[in-house]
Ligand binder design. Structure first.
Ligand code: SF4
Length: 77
């Protein structure tokens, strides 16, 4: 389970985030490329945009579900 106390600093504020356990493996980018982006040094990904529609929330949820390291959370603020 992702840890909201250890969010990647680039995440836009809001419910959804990537924490500091991201590998990165790229799996979530296939699910939600409109919401996630690689960091400049390519060591992790982060949310560039919070889901704004039910469809985007569903893509974020699929990214959370597929993440092998449990690095995506939806209990942020
Ligand atoms: S699926 Fe998880 S570990 Fe892989 S890039 Fe996305 S957040 Fe990082």
């Amino acid at each position: 389970m992702a840890d909201k106390a250890n969010k990647q600093p680039e995440n836009v504020p809001g419910k959804w985030y990537v924490d500091n356990t991201c590998v990165p493996c790229n799996s979530c980018m296939d699910e939600a490329p409109n919401l996630l982006k690689y960091s400049a040094d390519e060591t992790h990904v982060y949310f560039t945009k919070q889901p704004a529609t039910p469809e985007e929330a569903a893509t974020a949820q699929r990214a959370l579900d597929i993440c092998p390291t449990g690095s995506i959370g939806n209990d942020g603020e």
